[in-house]
Design a protein around this ligand. Structure first.
Ligand code: HEM
Length: 120
């Protein structure tokens, strides 16, 4: 298995995070809760598929460790955004941090040797 499964899991998580936000804005609380649950299952799949890729790396460089830590931070930010929204709290600051961390993890992922590496 290449990086395709890993890309699928995080892309799906981001899409469903947006779906959850739209559902909540439309007043569909139940839909929001169910979608949030599915996003939580995806966290596990992101970590598993990422772990699988780590096991395929030759030497574990600082960049790879950085990629892993940033990936976990991005997951944490998705969860914080959804939890805060569910509680009716603001998400502006969290969203700014999320976008920066997400772009950083994309840049690192596409630099590293496995799969696509157009930023190397
Ligand atoms: C939402 C969170 C995450 C995003 C957006 C993300 C994004 C990416 C991207 C864009 C790639 C490059 C794929 C390719 O080149 O084809 C990648 C590869 C990788 N990711 Fe993630 N990732 C996330 C979470 C994680 C986590 C939690 C781990 C570790 C447990 C992880 C470990 C890896 C590894 C080891 C690679 C391969 C790096 C290489 O090319 O050598 N990722 N990820």
């Amino acid at each position: 298995m290449g990086t395709d499964f890993h890309i699928t899991t995080w892309a799906l998580a981001i899409i469903l995070m947006i779906v959850a936000i739209v559902l909540l804005k439309k007043g569909n609380n139940k839909g929001f809760k169910i979608t949030h649950m599915i996003v939580r299952v995806l966290y596990i799949l992101i970590i598993l598929s990422g772990g699988l890729l780590i096991s395929k790396e030759g030497t574990l460089t600082g960049e790879i460790y950085g990629k892993m830590i940033l990936g976990i931070i991005v997951i944490g930010l998705i969860e914080m955004i959804l939890v805060r929204l569910g509680k009716g709290k603001g998400i502006t600051a969290m969203t700014v941090i999320f976008i920066i961390a997400f772009l950083a993890v994309l840049a690192l992922g596409f630099r590293l040797p496995l799969g696509i590496n157009f930023l190397a």
